[in-house]
Design a protein around this ligand. Sequence first.
Ligand SMILES: Nc1nc2c(ncn2[C@@H]2O[C@H](COP(=O)(O)OP(=O)(O)OP(=O)(O)O)[C@@H](O)[C@H]2O)c(=O)[nH]1
Ligand SMILES: [Mg+2]
Ligand SMILES: [Zn+2]
Length: 313
Amino acid sequence: MKQRLSKKIGNAKSLTKKCQHQGRVITRYGAELILLDETGEHIRCTIRRKNENIACGDVVCWQPNHQGNAVVTKVQARKNALSRPDRRGSPKAIAANIDQIIIVCSWLPKPSWMLVDQYMIAAQQINADAIVVMNKTDLAEQYASDKDWQALKEYESIDYKVIATNALSGEGIDKIQQELADKTSIFVGQSGVGKSSIIAQILPELTIKVGEISQSGEGKHTTTTADLYPVGNNGFVIDSPGVRDFTPAKLDTKSIRQGYREFKPYAKYCRFNNCSHTHEPNCQVKQAVENKEIPAGRYQRYLVKLTMLMTAE
Ligand SMILES: Nc1nc2c(ncn2[C@@H]2O[C@H](COP(=O)(O)OP(=O)(O)OP(=O)(O)O)[C@@H](O)[C@H]2O)c(=O)[nH]1
Ligand SMILES: [Mg+2]
Ligand SMILES: [Zn+2]
C-alpha cells in the first residue's frame, strides 16, 4: 500500500520543483489542511495566510515547525483548477489538478441539462475530460421523461460517455471504476444526486457520509468540503459539495462557444470568424442543427446560455 501511494506522489513530483516534504491536499478547513504525504500517511498542516489560494488536489511543500505542527511552505504550480463563484460572485477554486469531471445526475432530484452543459463548458475551459453519470436507475421508470432520455442520447451522439448507475445496489459502479486509473476525477452535480454514495461504493472501506432524502424529494446537503481519496491503479477521486442553486459561473461568449465542442468542425466553415451561430447568414452550425448533425437540444441550450449572458451584462 505504502509503495503504491509513494509512487503516486512521485508522479505528482514530476510536475513540481524539489522540496523537503511534499504532499497532496486531501481536504481543507479554513487555514487547516490534511495532506497525503509520500509514504501514504495523513499529515495535519496549517497555512500561514488564511486566504491563501490552496484547494483540494493541490500539491504543496511542508515542513515541521517548532511547536510540532506542520506548515505549508510552498504551493506547487497547478495544472488547472475547477472554480465556483463565491458569495461575492468571484471565482474560488474548489479543486486543483483535475483530469476528469464526472457529472452526476439523478432522476430525483430531477436532472438539469443546463447544469450538465455548464460543467461540460467548465471541463473544456480547464482542458479536462467530462463523463455523465445517470444515477438512481431504480427511479427512472417513475420519473424519467422522453425529453430526458433524448438529452442523454444526444450527449452520447456527440461522444460523451454516459454511465447509468444505482449507488444503492452497486449497478454500473464497475463502469465508473474503469474510467478512474491514472487520473484525478472530481464528482460534481446537484446536491442529493448521489455523488458521495457512488464514491462510497467505489471505496467501501471508507466511511463516507451520505445525505437523507427529505420529504420534498430533494437530498439534504451533506458534503461540505471537497475531499480527495486515492483509488486503485494510481487514480484519485474528489467528492465535492453539491450545488444548491444554479447561479452559473461568469462566462464569456467564447468559452460558451468552445464548451459546445460539437460545433467546432462546422464553425470553421461559417462565413464570419466570430460567428455567434445565432443570426448570421451562412452559419454552418445552424445548418448542421437543421441537418440533425448537431443535437437540437444542445443548440437550444446554447442559445439560452447566450441570452442569459446578454441579460446579465
Ligand atoms: N433510490 C436511490 N437513492 C440513492 C441512490 N444513490 C444515492 N441515493 C440516496 O440519495 C441521497 C443523497 O445521496 P448523497 O450520496 O448524499 O448525494 P450527494 O450528491 O453526495 O449530495 P451532496 O453531498 O449534498 O452534494 C441519499 O439518501 C442516498 O441514499 C440510488 O441509486 N437510488
Ligand atoms: Mg455528498
Ligand atoms: Zn456560425
